[in-house]
Ligand binder design. Sequence first.
Ligand code: SF4
Length: 200
Amino acid sequence: MSEYEQLIRQINECKLCALSQKRNLAVPGEGSLNADIVFIGEGPGFYEDQQGRPFVGAAGQLLENLLESIGFNREDVYITNMVKCRPPNNRDPLPGEIVECRPYLDRQLEIINPKVIVTLGRYSFAKFFPGIPISKGRGIPQKWNNLLIYPVYHPAAALRNGKFRSVLERDFQGLPRILEGKFQDANQAENDNSRQIKLF
Ligand code: SF4
């Protein structure tokens, strides 16, 4: 059994936090282990919990449409969440649940080693940049250690609010250029913010 398969088995059997008690199925994540892009959402919802697969509901359909708009399909990328089990009634994951589940996500990122990590919504953005509101960080690729993070709004938020949807669609259009390395450190370009990176 490969290291990845062992990890998935561990997640499926995990009882580290209380979310294990009410889940139907854990949702470890899925996609290509050679992916250039990893998407990180918040946590599984109702349909994900039923099927054991991430982003299979309406938000997942929007994510697939957004991927298609830039020439990708979901098999080309890897998709996962901050917590691998569904929070009851789709409540927000608690800080303790995120902490317990974090080593699984960290291991997935080490195994896949993508060019870009796209954080979907505020929880996955806060994993890398706590304290920066998603409304300020979205659409700006930023280096974090050796990883490149590209924060965007969560597709579920875009389904609720048309303004978020057009911003999300625009931010997705920036992804191919980021993958091609067409961005520069804003520190070099502007000297006014050492952490931000801008698209050409
Ligand atoms: S959410 Fe994560 S830590 Fe909690 S039971 Fe599920 S896999 Fe384990």
